[in-house]
Design a protein around this ligand. Structure first.
Ligand SMILES: Cc1cc2nc3c(=O)[nH]c(=O)nc-3n(C[C@H](O)[C@H](O)[C@H](O)COP(=O)(O)O)c2cc1C
Length: 152
């Protein structure tokens, strides 16, 4: 799908009806890998995909998603938070381009077991993923959903 159409069509999906394929997971991870990070410090970030049922069962607020992708960093300043958001947004758009359901998630952050994270890394944002029956077409959002100013 063309990028601008995809941006207008994206939406949070919280109901899932099946696991994503390994090929779909690889495509989504590749999109995350293409994300920008501050000062090109790519080594400060990790992307961790969870499909293991006993780990998923420990995560709060993931709406039964069969795949969860954690974006973690070795610090949690504004720089890492923004970069993690960019990485996760790339993955969300890629998932929706594949027709999958996806949503950003912070509700699960406090319930992520320490042993799935590399030493010294903190989870910053999560993407919940799965198959969906929803389709993605441009939404009619109110133009002032986010209030804007143009100063010139
Ligand atoms: C940083 C961030 C954190 C979010 N955390 C959650 C969450 O924990 N649980 C959830 O159901 N949705 C979460 N969302 C999804 C938002 O609720 C959703 O994007 C918002 O309602 C707008 O809807 P839309 O994405 O369909 O435009 C989060 C979104 C963002 C950007």
């Amino acid at each position: 799908m063309e990028t601008l159409k995809m941006i207008q069509s994206r939406k949070a999906i919280r109901e899932f009806n099946g696991q994503i394929s390994d090929e779909q997971l690889q495509t989504i991870l590749k999109a995350g890998n293409a994300g920008a990070v501050g000062m090109s410090q790519f080594e400060n970030y990790r992307i961790i995909a969870i499909q293991k049922e006993d780990v998923l069962a420990q995560l709060n607020g993931i709406h039964g998603a069969p795949t969860v992708i954690i974006v973690a960093a070795n610090a949690a300043t504004t720089m890492e938070g923004v970069s993690a958001g960019i990485i996760v947004h790339n993955m969300e758009l890629a998932a929706e381009d594949l027709g999958l359901g996806a949503n950003y998630n912070m509700a699960s952050l406090g319930s992520i077991p320490a042993d799935v994270l590399p030493a010294g890394f903190k989870p910053l944002v999560v993407l919940t993923l799965g198959q969906t029956t929803e389709t993605f077409t441009p939404r009619n959002l109110p133009d002032d959903r986010i209030k804007k100013e143009i100063i010139k």
